[in-house]
Design a protein around this ligand. Structure first.
Ligand SMILES: [Cu+2]
Length: 654
């Protein structure tokens, strides 16, 4: 049993859930678990909970019967060992699972017609990878709408050790009933053959030497780390938060607070990535089905992989395992799924005084990171905490781009970039939706959209220099969806109108909306109907414990988010002023593919930041320690002998 109400489910809790359902409901191999997750207690209860109070632990399972395709949600009370609810959920398709991905590969590998289709093209089935994808409702074949339907992309390696995604087998898709693994259709379009591409990224396979001019770069913390992990509670400098991990969001940050003097001040109740949507912007045969909802359809936590010291993370690392269920309800442990460590991050603040010399402080940051492998792509997630109160969420995308052969005549596709011989990589977008349940100094907040504009030239502003800012209160959910504005350098402040800083302004955190981009979809587009949340860059909703998944609880094969998603949540136009608000920030990568992203993509980095904005009364890092100087006394004031006399002759900068 956890020692805090928000602790992730343990292996024992996952398995006692499935054991109880086997006993009470006869759940056997005819069923699969899509998920078993902690049923988080309501926010109000968690906030009222104090150390030593009793904890009631509950799990929420989603499972379906493979024969009938019937879906049930089960709530098990783990503290009493009882089944509290068993509810049939009609008309939904739960997320696809890793077990199905592998079983589909095996089934197709042995399937005579699939083998025949490959052999007809001269392709050795032993070198093939079957990549199972989910269907969006908009492109599902009519006759199989009530099935658990997958479509399968086929890839071929050049050699047994070669890049698995080197050669797309173009114009050949397989439609599968994922419950029975029955092949429903071998969907054949064109055959553009296998162009002679240069797709290998492993040096031994390429037959190249790696460079030898790099000397070791070690991160050493001889006295250990500066953070403490007590159960799920993390403390580092002034920060305090809890960490959990689940199949869908991967890591979740709870009850994020900052110690200001003697007071732990609330900043966020819960932060995570709640959805990811990757539409390929190419409606040709090979790509029109490619609209991945990687979080809702597959689960980001399920995709998280083990991290390795020295490769994925450098320095003094604390790892946490990811404990998740498989489809039989057994616990499966991903060792070292979450990496916790501190990093140097160049300079925090500095000034060189002509007489007194330099005062400079090093920035250090605390990082929570995971790596998820979603078929050909990897997403590296970094939640970073800074001593000045900033929180940053950075995503790095890497892995292998989807490529496609072009016709022999070399006609270029307008929807992609040519990256290799007779091959192009289609344009696509990676939309991420961060769910930011901020509680700035408590649960009653107001979101203000902040715009900057030049004041008109007037008698008092004869030079037109005056710059004004305007704040617009986002008053109710009718106004929930907001667009970024480059012209006004828009940002969004989450203010606490009930608490003022020393200078009379409401305490606030500001969402600095970097890495956002317009969706570029027609209003009538079915992909926008399935997930309208990508149509705006920010959404604000009133907090409800059940509102977690902006594209709906069950986005797989869904037509829209009306069941329980953003459209449904905002339909009642609830008040957002001085309320418990949740921000949904839509950001990501507008991936106009590059030849340099091939055959493996150097990380593409995007990030957004939450910054204190009048939350403190001044720079909160004035007590940051001077770092021991390695040479002269640069970091510690006094005369500076190693700073190249840079303080001489400067003008009045900004
Ligand atoms: Cu991409």
């Amino acid at each position: 049993m956890g020692s805090h109400p928000l602790d992730s489910l343990s292996a024992a809790e996952i398995e006692s859930t499935s054991a109880l359902l086997a006993r009470e409901k006869g759940i056997d191999a005819a069923w699969r678990y899509a998920s078993i997750i902690l049923r988080e207690p309501p926010k109000a209860e968690v906030k009222a909970w104090r150390d030593g109070d009793p904890i009631v632990r509950r799990s929420l399972s989603v499972l379906w019967n493979k024969q009938s395709n019937e879906v049930h949600e089960a709530v098990v009370n783990l503290s009493t060992g009882t089944l509290e609810s068993w509810v049939h959920v009609p008309g939904v398709t739960p997320n696809f699972t890793v077990d199905e991905y592998h079983e589909c590969d095996h089934a197709l590998r042995d399937h005579p017609e699939v083998r025949a289709a490959l052999e007809k093209r001269g392709i050795d089935p032993a070198l093939v990878l079957f990549d199972l994808w989910t269907y969006g409702n908009e492109v599902m074949p009519e006759q199989w709408r009530d099935r658990r339907l997958g479509w399968v992309d086929i890839w071929k390696r050049a050699t047994p050790l070669g890049n698995p995604y080197a050669h797309p087998v173009s114009g050949l898709k397989i439609i599968v009933d994922v419950n029975s693994m029955e092949v429903l259709q071998i969907d054949e379009g064109h055959d553009r053959g296998l162009p002679e591409v240069d797709a290998e990224y492993v040096p031994e396979v390429r037959g190249i030497e790696t460079r030898t001019d790099l000397k070791p770069l070690d991160i050493v913390q001889p006295d250990g780390v500066s953070f403490e992990l007590d159960g799920s509670l993390l403390r580092w400098q002034d920060w305090e938060f809890r960490l959990s991990f689940n199949y869908r969001e991967g890591p979740v940050l709870h009850q994020v607070r900052f110690k200001d003097g003697d007071e732990y001040r609330d900043i966020a109740y819960r932060m995570s990535l709640a959805e990811m949507i990757v539409p390929y912007r190419d409606s040709s045969f090979d790509h029109y089905r490619r609209t991945a909802f990687d979080i809702g359809e597959w689960g980001f936590g399920y995709m998280c992989t083990s991290l390795e010291l020295g490769c994925d993370c450098l320095g003094e690392i604390t790892y946490l395992d990811g404990v998740l269920p498989d489809t039989a309800g057994k616990a499966k442990v991903t060792k070292n799924a979450v990496c916790l460590h501190e990093e140097d991050d160049a300079v925090l603040w500095k000034h060189v005084d002509a007489d007194q010399g330099a005062e400079v402080r090093r920035m250090r940051r605390f990082v929570v990171s995971v790596h998820a492998t979603v078929a050909n792509y990897e997403y590296l997630v970094y939640w970073r905490f800074y001593p000045d109160g900033n929180i940053e969420c950075e995503i790095r995308a890497t892995g292998i781009m989807v490529s496609t052969p072009m016709e022999e005549d070399g006609a270029a596709f307008p929807t992609g970039t040519v990256v290799d011989r007779r091959s192009y990589a289609p344009y696509h977008q990676h939309f991420l939706v961060a769910r930011l349940d901020l509680d700035v100094d408590g649960g009653e907040n107001t979101v203000v959209e902040s715009d900057s504009m030049a004041a008109p030239i007037s008698e008092s502003n004869p030079l037109g220099l005056d710059l004004h800012t305007r704040g617009t209160v986002i008053a109710s959910e009718r106004e929930a969806g907001r667009m970024y504005s480059w012209e006004t350098q828009r940002g969004w402040k989450v203010q606490n109108p009930n608490r003022l800083n020393a200078w009379g302004a409401p305490t606030a955190y500001k969402l600095v909306p970097s890495a956002s981009f317009p969706a570029m979809f027609d209003e009538s587009s079915p992909i926008l109907r399935r997930n309208p949340v990508i149509g705006k860059q920010l959404w604000v909703t009133k907090h409800h414990d059940t509102e977690l998944w902006p594209a709906g609880d069950y986005p797989t094969q869904s037509a829209n988010d009306l069941g329980n998603g953003m459209s449904a949540w905002i339909a009642d136009d609830e008040n957002l002023v001085n309320e418990d608000v949740v921000l949904w920030y839509v950001f990501g990568i507008h991936h106009i593919t590059r030849v340099e992203d091939w055959p493996i993509m150097p990380v593409d980095k995007v990030a957004f930041t939450l910054k204190p904005f009048g939350f403190f009364d001044r720079n909160p890092t004035l007590d940051a320690p001077r770092s021991p100087s390695k040479g002269a006394s640069c970091c510690s004031g006094g005369s500076c002998t190693c700073d190249h006399d840079s303080h001489e002759g400067h003008g009045h900068g900004g």
